[in-house]
Design a protein around this ligand. Structure first.
Ligand SMILES: [Zn+2]
Length: 184
């Protein structure tokens, strides 16, 4: 397993549509394992393949273990995911993105979604996700379509920056700020 480099918001690859995965096998499994490791190392809840420069329709997700949420504590690897049903009611929540470090925004999402996908071995799966997991799935599926969370923001007060106490070289804040301003 290896940690891959995560692309930042100004990278054009984040704006492209990912292609369906057609080949299932050890290479795809290795890619999914790398994505899980990269997501964990970055403390993310999800990571889509385009975020590491792979324009293929897959993402990984993991919610930290929370006794109150049976969806938590599990690794999800969803290949060729499609939202087939979504709740009419939308809920606002705060989102960040590993590709837009230090930036947060308030985004309205469906409260639950049913996602049809394949697992890493190509077996069809159908998952109903609600609450935070539904939010993560919608955010990651957006990535597969070249959409970033900032695209959903309509009011300037719904997006803000929280700088870490120690600015790290991994988070080129000024560059990202410029990119987000262009996007918003
Ligand atoms: Zn993201």
């Amino acid at each position: 397993m290896a940690i891959r480099r995560i692309l930042y918001a100004d990278d054009p690859r984040l704006r492209q549509k990912a292609k369906p995965v057609k080949r299932f096998g050890p290479e795809l499994k290795a890619l999914a394992d790398d994505m899980l490791e990269t997501m964990r190392a970055a403390n993310g809840l999800g990571l889509a393949a385009p975020q590491i420069g792979i324009l293929q329709q897959l993402f990984v997700a993991h919610l930290p273990k929370d006794e109150a949420d049976p969806q938590s504590g599990k690794d999800f690897v969803l290949v060729n995911p499609q939202i087939v049903q979504a709740s009419p009611e939308r809920v606002e929540g705060v989102e960040g993105c590993l590709s837009i470090p230090t930036w947060y925004g308030r985004v309205a999402r469906a409260e639950w979604v049913v996602v049809k996908a394949q697992n890493v071995h190509g077996k069809p799966v159908r998952i109903k996700a609600h609450g935070l997991l539904a939010r993560v799935f919608q955010h990651e599926i957006d990535h597969l379509n070249g959409v970033l969370f900032v695209d959903h923001i309509r009011r300037p007060e719904d997006v803000w920056q929280e700088l870490p106490k120690e600015a790290s070289e991994k988070q080129p804040a000024a560059q990202v700020a410029a990119a987000v301003e262009q996007l918003a």
